[in-house]
Design a protein around this ligand. Structure first.
Ligand code: 5AD
Ligand code: SF4
Length: 440
């Protein structure tokens, strides 16, 4: 039996696409092995959102080549999509599969297996304008996580000045609504109680399909699936909260009490330089509106520090703003210049040492704010969907994305259970499962 090993870098969408590719190989009878083992095929699903993403991707390709110099090395994902020539030069690479060809990966790998390895690697990467279709990968069924993710949208047309993603993922394309509903019903049938909808620019869902279709229609349609207990949206731009979407959120039976709304920066001058289409006052209004329709809603975000031109004073504006918004989680990014994007040639690039410092300060602030958010729930009973075992305990999320651990057995994984919240421990809360399921 042929063996295949996978390594994934980057975001939820990439993780999800790897899950699907694993399934495709399994269906063809391949054995899936750990990436650190000797394998016949290595698939590296790369990321390029920052320089670190690209560097790690290169390291993983080299590691695969060291583990088995005779293996077929298949590189896919965003780094190889945007820098295919660079990737083709790395020793051992036999095949480069574009993001839009992931659904064909088994066939393409098998064709490459039959070829002379001394030949130059085959590069199957399309230009941005050629990326016109939404190619569905099959829904992966090998998930261990008791929480399914479903990609319903691909690509981005925003072109923020720092971002390479529109080049890596192409223009916006959406999965037809009827297919989204069918896929969700299928996942619910398989026993999933929570589905996370993902996309590269999820809030743009539907625009390419019809003038009137939007994410609001998805939220409305999925609210009607009775056994779907939780619907989570992975990330929504502040400018995408239309009246229709806000109304759909308000009326939904199952939408989670959590929204990830990328802020990127709390200083208006920097937001403008970033090409973001809102200012901090607009962002604040959106969050106020969300709070008025969803009590205690958790707001998480992405913030980038060290964008060209960001002064200490500007950074302090971000610090003040995050305090004002009371985020329950912040993913901090250090600005990384990406070749081909406008910001990489902007003046006043910020030295690494200052980026590090700002990142440390903001990361500390983020934990402080998380604790403040968590504290208001201590002593309360909340529902937790238990997803995995960690250090002899079980762990899961609440609807408002708090991470909760409790004593319990793995039979409880996949269930939503009432838990009394007792104590904050770092990034998680320790709680006690109530009633007959008490895990002690
Ligand atoms: N440098 C650093 N972080 C970036 N992101 C996107 N592009 C860059 C870049 N050039 C971050 C943004 C985005 C997240 C997915 O990645 O914060 O929200
Ligand atoms: Fe990385 Fe962005 Fe591609 Fe996700 S979409 S893998 S974050 S470059």
């Amino acid at each position: 039996m042929n063996r295949v090993a996978f390594m994934t870098l980057g975001c939820k969408v990439n993780q999800d696409e790897t899950d699907s590719m694993i399934d495709l190989f399994k269906k063809r009878g391949y054995q899936i092995v750990d990436f650190n083992e000797k394998s016949d095929i290595y698939v590296i699903n790369t990321c390029t959102v920052t320089q670190v993403g690209s560097k790690k991707s290169r390291q993983m390709i080299r590691r695969a080549h060291r583990l088995n110099p005779d293996a077929l090395i298949v590189v896919t994902g965003c780094y190889s999509q945007t820098a295919s020539e660079e990737v083709a030069k790395i020793p051992g690479v036999s095949l480069i599969v574009g993001n839009d060809q992931k659904h064909n990966i088994v066939k393409l790998s098998e064709e490459a297996l039959g070829k002379n390895k001394a030949e130059k690697p085959e590069v199957l990467v399309s230009q941005r304008h050629e990326l016109t279709k939404f190619h569905s990968l099959p829904i992966a069924t090998n998930r261990q996580r008791h929480r399914a993710t479903l990609k319903i949208q691909e690509g981005c047309d925003n072109f923020c000045t720092y971002c390479i993603v529109p080049y890596a993922r192409g223009p916006i394309r959406s999965k037809p609504l009827k297919d989204v509903v069918e896929d969700c019903k299928q996942l619910v049938k398989e026993g999933y109680q929570e589905i996370v909808l993902t996309g590269i620019h999820l809030g743009a869902y539907g625009r390419d399909l019809s003038e009137t279709l939007s994410l609001a229609d998805v939220v409305n349609s999925l609210s009607e699936i009775t056994d779907l207990k939780r619907l989570r949206l992975s990330s929504i731009e502040p400018t995408d909260f239309s009246m229709e979407l806000l109304t759909a959120i308000k009326n939904s039976n199952n939408i989670c009490n959590h929204f990830h709304v990328p802020l990127q920066n709390g200083c208006d001058k920097i937001l403008d330089l970033m090409g973001r289409k809102y200012d901090s006052a607009y962002y604040e209004k959106v969050i106020e509106t969300l709070r008025s329709i969803k009590k205690d809603v958790a707001i998480t975000t992405d913030i980038m520090v060290g964008f060209p031109g960001e002064t200490d004073e500007d950074f302090n504006k971000t610090l003040e703003f995050v305090e004002k918004i009371r985020f329950s989680g912040i993913h901090v990014f250090k600005y990384s210049p990406r070749e081909g994007t406008p910001a990489s040639t902007f003046p006043n690039q910020v030295p690494n040492s200052i980026k590090e410092k700002r990142s440390d300060i903001l990361t500390k602030k983020a934990l402080e704010l998380k604790h403040k958010y968590y504290q208001q729930f201590l002593g309360e009973e909340v529902e937790v969907l238990f997803e995995k075992e960690v250090d002899g305990k079980i762990e899961g999320h609440t609807t408002n994305y708090m991470v909760v651990q409790a004593n319990g057995t793995k039979e409880l994984l996949g269930s939503i259970l009432p838990v009394e919240l007792l104590e904050i421990e770092g990034e998680t809360i320790f709680g006690r499962i109530k009633g007959e399921f008490n895990g002690r």
